[in-house]
Design a protein. Structure first.
Length: 277
């Protein structure tokens, strides 16, 4: 009896050691990912003018670019059976719409939708649209003069949350909010610290998903999103586009962490509502 018990005990000890080693490896991998997730300070360098690849000298979007982006947006809407009546605008934003663009800048193509016209459950609509655009962005590699096109679906009530973001309406062919030059430095080290903290928290959500703790993963993903929104809004109100909080957000978005978090939020909901054999 004692020998049988001892074998069970030794087996449990081995399992515990293996689990601890696995968790240690995951943490090491996560730290390595965070270490590599660094954008150079030069990424945020400000130029004297807008990118001549996509903008005319008069500040309007080049015709061939505008027509191509319209075609891409309309194809996305058609492929996903999105009611055209719910679409309020299609616009171009992000660093390539301003003065701090760089070779890796994406073409941020935003489709503005009145979520309430789709369903009164705004969070459900947001998760649905986010899942669809993530799949679309993953399946396609469309570029405009070497800049990758990224589609976003945005609620009409959240369009102007970022007061410093330049916004160009492709539908109206005019600036909604013109880009501004800011001749100033920023606290890059502080921005990286804030970004690394969020990366670590997103890594913990990933661990919860791997442990099939979907309810807690969903709760944490929602909490981190809310924290990101508060953090960025506070930074923009205090110091504008070059606040450490906004730079941290841009780092997280460029490195794919925002998309990861959105996917965890969506997947955790699906899995916690499912039954498996």
């Amino acid at each position: 009896m004692f020998q049988q018990f001892w074998k069970i005990f030794e087996s449990a000890e081995r399992d515990r050691d293996l689990l601890q080693q696995e968790q240690k490896n995951k943490r090491s991998l996560q730290k390595e990912e965070i270490r590599k997730a660094v954008l150079s300070k030069e990424t945020f360098k400000q130029h004297d003018g807008l990118s001549s690849k996509v903008w005319n000298e008069d500040g309007h979007l080049k015709l061939e670019v505008k027509l191509k982006l319209k075609r891409i947006a309309n194809a996305f809407l058609r492929d996903h059976n999105i009611d055209p009546d719910a679409v309020e605008d299609i616009y171009f934003t992000g660093s390539l719409a301003g003065y701090n663009y760089h070779p890796d800048s994406d073409v941020d193509l935003h489709i503005v939708v009145d979520f309430s016209k789709v369903n009164q459950d705004i969070d459900l609509v947001r998760d649905l649209f986010n899942s669809r655009r993530l799949v679309w962005n993953e399946q396609h590699n469309i570029t405009i003069f070497g800049h990758e096109v990224e589609i976003y679906i945005e609620d009409i009530n959240e369009v102007y949350d970022d007061e410093d973001r330049p916004v160009y309406s492709i539908t109206k062919d005019q600036w909604i909010k013109s880009p501004r030059k800011e001749d100033r430095d920023f606290d890059y080290d502080s921005a990286m610290k804030k970004a690394h903290l969020i990366m670590h928290q997103i890594g913990l959500v990933r661990e919860l998903m791997s442990q099939e703790k979907f309810v807690e993963a969903k709760r944490q993903a929602v909490r981190i999103f809310a924290k990101l929104k508060r953090m960025r809004k506070a930074g923009l109100q205090r110091e504008g586009a070059y606040s450490p909080e906004n730079i941290a957000f841009k780092i997280l978005r460029k490195q794919g962490y925002i998309d990861q978090l959105a996917q965890y939020r969506s997947d955790s909901y699906d899995l916690m509502m499912s039954l498996s054999q």
